[in-house]
Design a protein around this ligand. Structure first.
Ligand code: FES
Length: 157
């Protein structure tokens, strides 16, 4: 079901909750659906979900903040993800992380001041044989050198 532009955030969240309420551990699938539909989990959804699932606000907040997948602010126009899992770490991911942070001026989970790029870390993109791996939105890059990363960040900005 898609939401209309005039539907309030509360209505949208209640509608998502209704679709997933009967699933086991409903909060997680609901939060994933909120992320997918809205791009982030606005703090305003916390009291709505607490009410829908008969949980405390602290419970909902705790889950949102525990799992780094749940962004609380809107993402940038592009999201750059750097793989930090073992295979990529072994071939230079740490250098890419340092470079991306210093070039963009943000840390993981943060967005550049102009709203262009959000930087995130991931733990395996399924591209282990040709790491280090970087993903920009849906596009995957392998064997990313520092210079290649510069080019990727250039076109992402
Ligand atoms: S470890 Fe980086 S893609 Fe798998």
């Amino acid at each position: 079901m898609t939401s209309s532009p005039t539907q309030s955030l509360e209505d949208r969240v209640r509608s998502i909750a209704a679709r997933h309420r009967d699933e086991r551990g409903a909060l997680m699938p609901i939060l994933h659906a909120v992320m997918e539909e809205m791009g982030h989990v606005d703090p305003a959804v916390i009291p709505v979900l607490a009410d829908e699932l008969n949980l405390s606000r602290a419970d909902v907040y705790g889950v949102i903040t525990f799992y780094h997948d749940f962004r609380q602010t809107p993402p940038g126009r592009r999201t750059v993800r750097i793989c930090r899992a073992e295979a990529c770490q072994a071939v230079g991911a740490a250098e890419l992380v340092d470079r991306a942070k210093s070039r963009l001026g943000v840390g993981f989970g943060e967005t550049t001041a102009d709203g262009a790029v959000t930087l995130e870390q991931v733990f395996c993109l399924g591209n282990c044989a040709t790491g280090p791996s970087v993903q920009v939105d849906d596009r995957l890059y392998g064997r990313v050198s520092a210079e290649k990363l510069d080019g990727i960040l250039e076109v992402s900005a």
